[in-house]
Design a protein around this ligand. Structure first.
Ligand code: ADP
Ligand code: MG
Length: 328
């Protein structure tokens, strides 16, 4: 197995990684990177790490890790309505294995090219596998979308489908037995290659009153948005968007639990004034993403579920909390 030293990796390998943006004055190679932030725009900054054994199983393909590390950060910028631009990569690996690194950077670069993200620096250390990325972008000052703007009467919308990544993890852990090859392919694609809703986030700038990316589960993340906005919500359980594969493999109650409480979706949840609902169709088409209205903002604080034939019930906002090592 061929490996690189830190010097070979930084001097030789990283110089082959494209850093293609005209606003980068100094990329990899100096003590810090220098970039030009567009006038009248905020610099938007986010960081996420993928830690082996915690965020991914040990045999996850490196290509998927490179792609996913960027996708999870893109999703955070998308939730702010920001346009991504620059990335800084903090790599901690047991060894710099050439095959692993090639595969990782191919995955990373595939998505970086899609959104013209330039890798402008980072850090490389030896240790247990921990992949960290800081992603920076920008958003016009008056147009940043935050969590705190939801108003009573706004509709609550989510992108894509919920629960697929969690079901993929069940499959990888051997908890659901054999499934059809096409189902397996769909689920692994949803886990390994999440689709960040960058275009939609930008399209929502003048319209959404609040947005959040659903990384820890819909109930928990929507609750963050509600608390920040000091409002409550009522969601319709029958309208939660679940994929045909998830519906085929899970009973209804289980599908609902996956959609509400499981993480790794990297979809957006946003609020839209009711009179702007007609915009959804054009937003869907421009950003090529399926959006579903799942409920509305109410004055009573808390998160409530309505379901055909059942009384209104409170939903506990459980989600993943690293320091509790379990669902909160
Ligand atoms: P310093 O010792 O000044 O912190 P390093 O020798 O660690 O610098 O890194 C040299 C250059 O390589 C810097 O521009 C740094 O940002 C970049 N770099 C180091 N590791 C990575 C990485 N994993 N990804 C991208 N750039 C990196
Ligand atoms: Mg230095």
């Amino acid at each position: 197995m061929s490996t690189l030293t830190e010097f070979e990796f930084i001097e030789k390998y990283l110089s082959t990684v494209p850093t293609s943006r005209s606003d980068v004055r100094m990329g990899i190679g100096d003590d810090a990177a220098l970039v030009e932030v567009p006038k009248d725009q905020f610099l938007a900054i986010t960081t996420d790490n993928l830690i082996e054994g915690r965020h991914f199983l040990p045999d996850t393909p490196a290509h998927a890790l490179g792609y996913r590390l960027l996708a999870v950060n893109l999703s955070d910028l998308a939730a702010m309505g920001a346009e991504p631009a620059w990335a800084s990569l903090s790599l901690t690996l047991p060894a710099l294995e050439t095959a692993w690194i090639d595969d990782f950077f191919q995955g990373f670069q595939k998505l970086a090219n899609t959104y013209s993200v330039a890798l402008i620096g980072g850090n490389t250390t030896q240790g247990a596998c921990n992949l960290g990325l800081q992603l920076m972008g920008f958003v016009p000052k008056q147009q940043a979308i935050m969590r705190n703007g939801a108003k009573v009467g706004d509709k609550i919308v989510v992108t894509g489908t919920l629960g697929d990544a969690a079901l993929a993890l069940r499959y990888l852990r051997g908890q659901i037995g054999e499934i059809a090859p096409s189902q397996k392919e769909f689920l692994l694609q949803r886990l390994y290659y999440p689709t960040a809703r960058v275009e939609l986030g930008i399209g929502l700038r003048d319209h959404a009153t609040a947005a959040i990316d659903i990384s820890d589960g819909l109930a928990a993340d929507l609750m963050h948005l509600l608390n920040a906005s000091k409002v409550g919500a009522q969601i319709n359980i029958d309208q939660l968007p679940c994929s045909p594969v998830l519906r085929a493999l899970c009973k209804k109650a289980d599908a609902v639990a996956l959609a509400l409480y499981q993480g790794d979706n990297y979809e957006l949840c946003f609020t839209l004034p009711a009179e702007k609902l007609s915009l959804l169709q054009s937003l869907r088409e421009e950003a090529n993403v399926f959006c579903t209205v799942i409920g509305e903002i109410i004055a009573e604080q808390g998160l409530f579920a309505i379901e055909e034939g059942k009384a209104k019930t409170a939903i506990l906002p459980v989600g993943w909390d690293h320091f509790m090592d379990r669902k909160t």
